[in-house]
Structure formats: structure tokens, C-alpha cells
Design a protein around this ligand. Sequence first.
Ligand code: ADP
Ligand code: MG
Length: 403
Amino acid sequence: MKGHLSSKKSNIGKVSSDEIPSPSDSSRYGSTVSLTGSINSLTDDDGENDGNVRVIVRIKPLNAKQVRTEESESVQVISPTQILVKGTKENITKNFTFSSILTPEVSQADVFEQSGVKDLIDKAVQGFSSTIFCYGQTGSGKTHTLTGPPHLFGDRPDPYSEDHGLVYRSFVYLYDSLQGHEDVTFTLKASFYEIYNEKIIDLLNFGTNQQKFLNVRWSRKFRGFYVENLFTVQCDEFDDLLAVLEEGMRYRAVGFHNMNEHSSRSHTILTVHVIAESKDSQEGVFISRHGKINFVDLAGSEMTKKTKSHGKTLVEANNINKSLMVLGYCISKLSEGKKRNSGHIPYRDSQLTKLLADSLAGNGVSLMIACISPTKYNFSETVNTLRYAARAKRIKNSPVIVM
Ligand code: ADP
Ligand code: MG
């Protein structure tokens, strides 16, 4: 599988925007037959895996400058699931508990092994919607965790790099796990877009599209939202998946003058649809399942506090604030194992939650990786991130907002 990263750099396979039901919904294909596993296990809260949502923490290592200047650390991991955060005043100490805490030494490969991403991919193959979110302040390692450092998408990407993030590793695992199913035909399709200031930018059709921003529409047929005219690429080969990743990352980098500033204010969503078709051997019935996996690199959470912002920045901050807040509600509901119609969740309040609503509903499985920087300088952002992550997992009786 390795060695393919650079071979199809600008060849994005076949493109269509209409073939995929939008938004995808496994229930469209019936929900009683599972190709490789039991559907029921999804809705059980099995303790260890926290039901349908798992929240873990990744602590970024100090960078060379911070090590040189002996910048003091605010974070102490006191057990595999417990973390202490200390402020500059030693008496301010906060204690949090999560399913799993990935310490700074944990490599990219081990993040993939330990975060439970394989389970999410397995669910997507079975026809469910899986979503991986990276949440945290700018510079806390969200993009590094998902896609790896920018040099992987430059002129000479290294296919053997240890730095590859969850997306590349997931592609390898997904592609491998689709081999050897003789009775099932799998089709993979992918899209990659960005939500900037509540506007949708297609990262696979950037610049060539007359209309720079795409519209979000409601589909009565599928009872959900979708992005109209979004490029959706059929990925017959492993290389096609990589081309989508590379192309999107490259457009992202060239499209915006100040990449860091821009990326801190936008959410990116890379979706891989897994469509499985098989014939039931006994009944001779044709069965089709549609699962998917979303990789979501969220806007910097520090924007939520920019109360001094004004003009454009204030609008951006408000939009980010709202989308992250609504997302928090949705995930907390999901973590309680409730179905979408069991409470009023304000999905419609942000583009992010509108477009992820079908994934966040009853059948979805999610992983939130809360990324933190361990220095004392970042103490309050770290506490905010951990609070958000803890709330996403545990809130009971969250405020009811009617759509
Ligand atoms: P974010 O996407 O949250 O703004 P980045 O992923 O861009 O943050 O990370 C900020 C910087 O820190 C980048 O230079 C990145 O390569 C580096 N970095 C982040 N996490 C790690 C890590 N686990 N190991 C080494 N470097 C990291
Ligand atoms: Mg980033």
C-alpha cells in the first residue's frame, strides 16, 4: 500500500455530484441486514467505548523552542484516564477524566492504533456513519493529528513518512479491509470541502468553479441537508483516495494567502462514502448499504472567546462559536445514546451541524479528539478545551432548543 502517495498527484478520478444520495443515509437502503457485524451493538452503551461517542485527549509535545526556553508545562497525566491542569498560580488546578489520554510521546501510528479509529472504519463498512472530530485551539495539533504536517502535501511528499495522520492511515486500513469480500461489491466515493464563515468551499473544485461558494440545500426525499454541486470523486484505486487528500490539502494551501489564519477559522470535512452491494444468497434479494466516514478538522476553539472582535472578525467568531456550541450539544445527545428525534437539537443553527446531522443522529458513531498544548501559557485554552470535551461526553439534560 505504501509508495503510492505521489503517483497520481493531480489526477482526481471520476467525478460526479449526483450519484450519491445527498445527504447519505444508510436507512435509505434498509437497516436490517449487516454485512459484517451486528447493528445492535452500536446502540448499546458498552462502557469502555462510551456508546456511540468516544472522547479522547491528545497532548502535543513541546516544540524545540519551548524546550530550549524551558517553558513550563501545565499538564500532568496522573493515570491513563486522568489529567491535571495547573495554572500559573499553583492553587488553580483542574482535574479531568477521559476514556483515554494520548501523551506527547505517542506517535502518529500509535494514535491510530489507540484511538479506536479502526472501529469507526469498520462501522462505515457495515453501513453506518462514522465521524472523527479534532477540536482545540489553533496550534494544538488538530491538523497534525488528522493529516500530518504540511510538508506531506508539498512538492515531494514522502509516502513512507511516519508523520502521516489518521486520514492516510484510515485509507490504508479501509482499502485493506475491503479486499477479499467475494459476495460484496464496494464502491468508494469521496468529497472534501470547507466551511468558512458559514460558506461552503469545495476543496476538490477550487478555482475552476464559477460559483465560489456552494449552497446547502434540504432534501425532502432524504430528509436531510446536502451541499449542492459538491464534487464527489469515485475512488476505485487506493491512489484515488490519496489524490483526493492531496488535492484538497494543496488547494487549501494555495488558495489562501495566510493559510494558518484561514485554517484557524474554517472547518474542513473530508468524507469517504462506502457503498456496499450484495445479493442475499437465500432470498436472492439485492442489498445495498451506504456507510461513510467523516474526518472533521474544526476551526480553532479560541475564536469562541473573541469578544473584543469587531466587523468581519466578530462575524467569524460568532459563527465559529455557534457551530462549536451546537456541535457540543449534538455530541452530548449522541453520547447519551439517544436518537435524533428524542430531543430538540439545534442542528439547523450552523452549516456544520446541518451537514453532519445525519451522521450525528442515532446511527452515527463519533470520536472526538481534544487536542491540547501543554504549556502554562495555554492554561486557560487547555481548560476550555477539556471542559468542552468533558461536557460533550457527559452533559445530561442539556438545554432544550427548538429547531
Ligand atoms: P492546529 O491544526 O491545531 O492549528 P497544527 O496541527 O497545525 O495545529 O500544529 C501546530 C504545529 O505543531 C505544527 O507545526 C505541527 O506540525 C506541530 N505539531 C502538532 N502536533 C504535533 C505532534 N504530536 N508532534 C510533533 N509536532 C506536532
Ligand atoms: Mg490546523
